[in-house]
Design a protein around this ligand. Structure first.
Ligand SMILES: C[S@@+](CC[C@H](N)C(=O)[O-])C[C@H]1O[C@@H](n2cnc3c(N)ncnc32)[C@H](O)[C@@H]1O
Length: 97
C-alpha cells in the first residue's frame, strides 16, 4: 500500500478512500506524508481505522533528522522495518546481524 500511495500521490497531496475499512490506506498515507480522508459505513471499522491511523500519526511525529541505527534479529520484522524506514533512509539505517 505504501508503494501504491507513493505511486498515485505526491507528498502533501490529499488522498480519499471512500471504502476505508480498517484504514490500511490511511496508515500508508500518514507514513508517506500524504493527507487522508476516509469514508466508512461500519462504526466498528471506523474505530479500528481511527486507532490505527492515530497510532501511525503518533509514530510519525517522533523527531526526525537524528541518526538512528536499529538491530533486529527476526527477519520478518527486519524486512518490515526496512520498508518503513526506506523513505527516511538519509536519517536512519537498519542493521541486520
Ligand atoms: C475491502 S474493505 C476496504 C479496505 C480498505 N481500503 C483498507 O485500506 O483497509 C471495504 C470497506 O468498504 C465499506 N463500505 C462498503 N460500502 C460502503 C459505502 N457505501 N459507504 C462507506 N463504506 C462502505 C465496508 O464496510 C468495508 O469496510
Amino acid at each position: 500500500m505504501h508503494w501504491l500511495v507513493r505511486l498515485v500521490a505526491r507528498e502533501g497531496d490529499l488522498v480519499l478512500d471512500p471504502f476505508t475499512g480498517s484504514g490500511t490506506t490511511g496508515v500508508a498515507c500518514v507514513e508517506e506524508g500524504r493527507d487522508f480522508i476516509g469514508i466508512e459505513r461500519e462504526s466498528e471499522y471506523v474505530e479500528i481505522a481511527r486507532r490505527r491511523i492515530d497510532a501511525a500519526a503518533a509514530q510519525t511525529r517522533l523527531p526526525v533528522g537524528r541518526n538512528f541505527v536499529g538491530v533486529e534479529l527476526n527477519p520478518e520484522y527486519a524486512a518490515m522495518a526496512e520498508r518503513r524506514i526506506a523513505p527516511h533512509r538519509d536519517q536512519m539505517q537498519l542493521v541486520t546481524p
